[in-house]
Design a protein around this ligand. Structure first.
Ligand SMILES: [Zn+2]
Length: 337
């Protein structure tokens, strides 16, 4: 088969489209004929070496949709040719966290990989039936962003009428978060770096849109929009540049969800800002395995929509990474196999 592999951390050019052995499914595993793979920031960080060097060549990619191609020994309940989506979380399945359905708390929690390829092998429990009405490209765009945003809002207990601020609202995670916050009945304040993106954010029912210049504090704007009260919940995927502003724009007792650090992860904090104002900081990294099967029907009912910015053929994974790194996206970048 053909796959995109990486040998050493580096720029987009480190991604190499080449012929490799087709993986065989072991016991309890399923081989998927990948039809589309979603591109996530996490893969850029992996490519850059943020999680370390590679002991052997790696095939990146955790979000995929395709068809069941071959079943390993002992796999039941799936048929060859069935259209499926990959649930990206991996965990031991045996510990108290896993048994309680809180897989991200498992000591062995991680993500499947190998989606940038014609075939990938995953555990049977990571395979979810694909709802009708979605294309492979759309289905491959959902996993990490929608599961992450839904898990984060559940942890923050977002309720109807609460004010939710979303940094990076027009990105893949942002567009998922915007829609899920509206499903929860929240009032959403979206932040974008790009004035032309205001229209699409309003089309997706963002109540307010703030256009950010990349440096100035937005807490005064949020205070103004909330009659001086502040936001109930702020989702911050940018990190270094914005985190203190996120704390400042929260109401007393508000919640900041840290869900990424695309501008860097080193932040100097005034702790008094947190304890005196009784703020809560929540870390979000994917979510439990029950979330994807639970939210997929909302796409069939039209309550949620995949938002695809651009589709690249698998061999142009380097260009897909370049576009995502530029931040020049509305929604998701997807590879088609
Ligand atoms: Zn576990």
């Amino acid at each position: 088969m053909y796959a995109v592999r990486i040998y050493e951390p580096g720029g987009p050019e480190a991604l190499s489209y080449e012929e490799v052995d087709t993986p065989e499914p072991g016991a309890g595993m399923v081989r998927i004929k990948v039809r589309a793979a979603g591109v996530n920031h996490r893969e850029i960080w992996q490519r850059q070496g943020l999680f370390g060097a590679f002991a052997q060549p790696q095939i990146l990619g955790s979000d995929a949709a395709g068809e069941v191609d071959r079943l390993g020994v002992g796999v039941g309940g799936l048929e060859e040719g069935q259209r499926v989506v990959i649930n990206p979380g991996l965990s031991c399945g045996l510990c108290s966290a896993c048994l309680a359905g809180d897989q991200p708390a498992c000591a062995r929690f991680g993500l499947v990989s190998g989606a940038y390829a014609e075939y990938m092998v995953v555990p049977e429990r990571n395979v979810v039936a694909m709802p009708s009405g979605l294309t492979f490209v759309e289905a491959a765009s959902l996993g990490i962003p929608f599961v992450t945003a839904e898990a984060a809002f559940a942890a923050a207990d977002v309720r109807p009428g609460q004010v939710v601020v979303l940094w990076g609202a027009s990105g893949g995670l942002g567009m998922a978060a915007l829609q899920l916050a509206k499903v929860r009945g929240a009032r959403v304040v979206s932040v974008t770096r790009s004035a032309p993106k205001q229209e699409v954010l309003k089309k997706f029912r963002s109540d307010e849109v703030l256009v950010w210049d990349g440096s100035s504090a937005l807490a005064p704007d949020v205070q103004r929009l909330t009659a001086g009260r502040g936001a109930d919940v702020v989702m911050d995927s940018l990190g270094e540049t914005t985190f203190n502003d996120s704390l400042a724009m929260c109401r007393r007792g508000g919640v900041v969800i840290s869900v990424g650090a695309t501008t860097g992860g080193k932040v100097a904090l005034e702790l008094g800002e947190i304890f005196r104002r009784r703020l809560t900081v929540i870390g979000a990294f994917l979510g439990s395995s029950s979330i994807l099967p639970r939210i997929l029907p909302l796409f069939a009912r039209g309550q949620l929509m995949p938002v695809i910015d651009h589709v690249y053929p698998l061999e142009q994974a380097d260009q897909a990474h370049e576009q995502l790194e530029r931040g020049d996206v509305v929604g998701k970048v997807v590879l088609e196999v």
